[in-house]
Design a protein around this ligand. Structure first.
Ligand code: HC0
Ligand code: SF4
Length: 573
């Protein structure tokens, strides 16, 4: 530990801290725009300027290491004026149409401008107006909003190992864009939306589908069915001021009913169905010499990553469609038939924590009889916008239940939304099916948590399974490289495209960089899902009575001909 002084307070801090960390730990906030803990620590925005005794110029606190005896002032006239001047320069080249902006009231630039008391722009230079790129099915890139903080560049390359965004041009012309400013649909982007999650402004945002959904709801000829992904319930409440990690399942269902959806189903049902199909697929591969390791395929950002960067592993992907797509397929076949509704009149909306699900829903492979399994995908953020637009007082809603029968799910289904959840759900079922007896404990703690790569060995009858759980495509590439080098051998791997799994997907409510600094959103939100799992009466997919019913009445058995026709696919691109 070393001793430094910040704003006349003497404090002891760890030697490897930065001035920013030391100050914040002491409850002294220093404003930042580009700083993102462990991901983007580059001192680019120069908002965190501080006055250090003995230094000739102001210093950037986020990259400045502490030294013994250092004397720092964070709030002098010089500091305030410099920060304001920097901010005004950023604002002078920013599309300041706040009232109509997708991030209005939820923008880090807006907040900082207000906090620092900027009331006019002293340098109202000519700003360059650039075209907005709407070519991607998932992501809109608006360079007129970009403040060159570089957070998206870092997350895309460092965390996701994709690296399709970079600084281009020079000086006043500098912008963040794909190489040669190509369209987002014309580059090897995986649609994960992690760049959206970390963008402090609206330079990167999801492609909204809200208007299509309102149109369907207002169309009397359409039977509009909605399903909600496991992770949505763990985060939606944040947009209404609830603590991170508060589960809002009942209120979410009630709000969807108020919005006018005809039926409210749960993707957790599809997750249980996936476990049946994927569990039996794994057993089949193990017993009949199929391609191993089998790798989960329910995260569309990950699937796209595999297609683009590791196509040699495409046969390793499970042939199962994702739970959301399976639910869509069952709605347009089994549910339609049972209720005498023409599938063409059914409009299926998925509410997902993910921007890549918009891309997934459009994939040709994920259709049946000329109809897409899913018609529209809303992110969690879009759902909260609809709830606000409809003037629903979310916090006052009484809890309501999902509709039968595709609203029935188990604890295994709900934990899909956190890294390790799919593996744990699969192990609960596969173990019992193979061992033909009830497990003493169904909590597979070894696959929980946010460690980048988790490994475990599971005894399954007379077979020993090596399994791994990976989250973020950056970590996935490490594991795939180790498999290619012969360093590792596994039977089954869960991969989720985003770090932490779906709870931290690119469609979840925005968390400021400052809140990310104090809380691990992945852990907080995962707690909500494990809490739901614990409270569920049924916690194993194969015990879901409605899953049994759908097999009895329609699918016959896991991996049947009918299942293959509707619930499986093969990615070949
Ligand atoms: Fe997920 Fe899913 S768990 S990908 O993370 O498998 O988006 O929440 O809906 O489909 O169930 C996202 C979340 C899902 C799917 C499920 C899977
Ligand atoms: Fe990179 Fe993912 Fe953003 Fe595409 S969606 S630019 S892959 S972070």
């Amino acid at each position: 530990m070393i001793t430094i002084t910040i704003d006349n307070q003497q404090i002891s801090v760890p030697e490897n801290s930065t001035v920013l960390e030391a100050a914040r730990n002491q409850g002294i906030d220093i404003p930042t725009l580009c700083y993102l803990k462990d991901i983007n620590e580059v001192g680019a925005c120069r908002m965190c300027l501080v006055d250090v005794e003995g230094a000739r110029t102001l210093q950037t606190a986020c990259v400045l290491p502490v030294t013994e005896g250092m004397n720092v002032k964070t709030n002098t006239k010089k500091v305030r004026e410099a920060r304001k001047a920097t901010l005004e320069l950023i604002l002078s080249n920013h599309d300041r149409e706040c009232l109509t902006c997708a991030r209005n009231k939820n923008c880090e630039l807006q907040t900082i401008s207000d906090d620092l008391g900027v009331r006019e722009i002293s340098f109202p230079g000519e700003s360059i107006v650039r075209p907005v790129d709407t070519s991607s099915p998932s992501i809109v890139r608006d360079p007129n909003k970009c403040i060159l903080c570089g957070r998206c560049v870092s997350v895309c390359s460092e965390v996701q190992n994709v690296g399709v965004l970079s600084f281009t041009n020079r000086g006043y012309e500098t912008t963040v864009a794909p190489a040669f400013e190509r369209g987002m649909d014309d580059i090897p982007c995986i649609n994960c939306g992690q760049c959206i999650s970390v963008c402090p402004v609206a330079a990167l945002r999801e492609k909204e589908e809200i208007d299509y959904v309102w149109e369907a709801i207002d169309d009397p000829k359409k039977h509009v069915v909605v399903q909600t992904a496991p992770a949505v319930r763990a985060a939606l409440g944040e947009d209404f001021g609830l603590e991170m990690g508060t589960s809002v399942t009942g209120k979410m269902v009630a709000s969807l009913r108020r919005l006018g959806f005809d039926k409210i189903f749960d993707t957790d049902f599809g997750a249980d169905l996936t476990i049946m199909e994927e569990g039996y697929e794994l057993l089949d591969r193990l017993q009949n010499g199929g391609t191993l390791p089998m790798i989960t395929s329910c995260s569309p950002g990950w699937v796209k990553f595999c297609e683009l960067y590791y196509p040699e592993f495409l046969d390793n992907l499970s042939s199962c469609k994702s739970p959301a797509q399976m639910t869509g397929a069952i709605i347009k076949t089994y549910y339609a038939k049972k209720n005498g509704i023409n599938p063409e009149d059914i409009y299926v909306v998925s509410v997902m924590p993910c921007s890549a699900k918009k891309f997934e829903a459009d994939r040709e492979e994920l259709s049946h009889n000329g109809l897409q399994d899913i018609d529209a995908v809303l992110t969690t953020r879009e759902l909260s916008k609809m709830i606000k637009e409809a003037r629903i007082d979310f916090l006052k809603l009484q809890d309501e239940e999902f509709d039968e029968i595709l609203g029935e799910s188990t604890g295994a289904g709900v934990i899909f939304g956190a890294t390790g959840g799919v593996m744990e759900a699969a192990l609960r079922t596969v173990s019992e099916v193979v061992l033909e007896k009830e497990l003493e404990s169904i909590d597979f703690e070894g696959v929980r948590g946010i460690e980048g790569i988790k490994e475990a060995t599971i005894e399954l009858g007379d077979q020993t399974l090596n399994i791994a759980v990976v989250h973020s495509t950056g970590q996935a590439s490490k594991v795939l490289d180790m498999i290619k080098n012969g360093e590792k051998e596994y039977h089954f791997i869960e991969v989720m495209g985003c770090s932490g799994g779906c709870v931290a997907g690119g469609g979840q409510p925005y968390i400021t960089a400052q809140d990310r600094w104090t809380k691990d959103i992945r852990q907080e939100r995962a707690k909500a899902l494990y809490g739901e799992d614990k409270n569920k009466k049924i916690r194993k997919s194969h015990e879901n009575p409605m899953i049994k019913k759908v097999y009895d009445e329609f699918l016959v058995k896991p991996n049947s001909h009918k299942s293959h026709e509707l619930l499986h696919t093969h990615y070949i691109k």
